[in-house]
Ligand binder design. Structure first.
Ligand code: SF4
Length: 172
């Protein structure tokens, strides 16, 4: 019993440290962590769901600061020299949309936390429209029998779980 209590205290201290460490690295000083996706190290948080776009998912962190929710996506890679990739921005936009539908409050922006810095993704009407368009295209593609590759990145195909059954991948 004593060991269990000691273990719980250690886990609690580690989670507090991780939260403070994250804030420091994300360049944020104030705010509350609503949750962090603990990757199996703690309480499992249910994914958020959007009935309007038919999306589900959850950001790595969800912060609350100055009356606003801020979804945060963590990438283990350095920030691209041109800023965030469009795909990363759209991912954060999807989280903003999910948060808005779930909590009834629209995030002004989300954050991508790269290995070497942070990038703020402003969630304006243009990005929201891009997100809606992309989701619409994905729905159309899902109803098609064959969908052709939309990129030229070998690395992406190598890391893709659909590669063994794709037929249009760049690995062969
Ligand atoms: S393997 Fe196929 S589905 Fe996967 S990224 Fe490459 S082209 Fe796309």
């Amino acid at each position: 019993m004593t060991v269990l209590v000691a273990l719980l205290i250690v886990v609690g201290v580690l989670l507090i440290w991780r939260g403070r460490h994250f804030y420091k690295n994300a360049g944020m000083s104030k705010g509350q962590i609503i949750y962090m996706d603990t990757h199996g190290n703690g309480r499992v948080v249910k994914p958020l769901f959007s009935g309007r776009l038919g999306l589900t998912g959850k950001p790595d962190y969800l912060l609350f600061s100055k009356g606003r929710y801020i979804p945060v996506e963590v990438k283990s890679t350095p920030m691209p020299s041109t800023g965030a990739y469009l795909a990363h921005k759209l991912q954060v936009a999807a989280y903003c949309h999910l948060v808005e539908e779930h909590y009834g409050k629209r995030p002004n922006y989300g954050i991508i936390k790269y290995d070497d810095g942070t990038y703020q993704v402003d969630y304006g009407s243009d990005l929201e429209k891009d997100l809606t368009d992309v989701v619409g295209c994905m729905r159309t593609d899902m109803s098609r029998k064959n969908v052709l590759r939309s990129h030229k990145y070998l690395k992406r195909c190598i890391a893709c779980s659909f590669q063994p059954v794709c037929g249009d991948d760049l690995t062969s």
